[in-house]
Design a protein around this ligand. Structure first.
Ligand SMILES: [Zn+2]
Length: 54
């Protein structure tokens, strides 16, 4: 198996001193979005996407 380099910076970011997981990509600017309890926010353009409930 080939070893893939792990790009941790793609999954995590420091915002306001807190470690924030990033799982989604902003549809507006393509930046990674920060996950919150009920929504995702883009730190680059301010786009907010609310989590959908089943
Ligand atoms: Zn954005």
């Amino acid at each position: 198996m080939k070893h893939k380099p792990v790009q941790v910076w793609k999954c995590y970011s420091i915002e306001g001193g807190k470690l924030v997981r990033k799982k989604r990509i902003c549809p507006r600017c393509g930046s990674f979005m920060a996950e919150h309890e009920d929504r995702y926010t883009c730190g680059n353009c301010g786009y907010t996407e609310f989590k959908t409930k089943k």
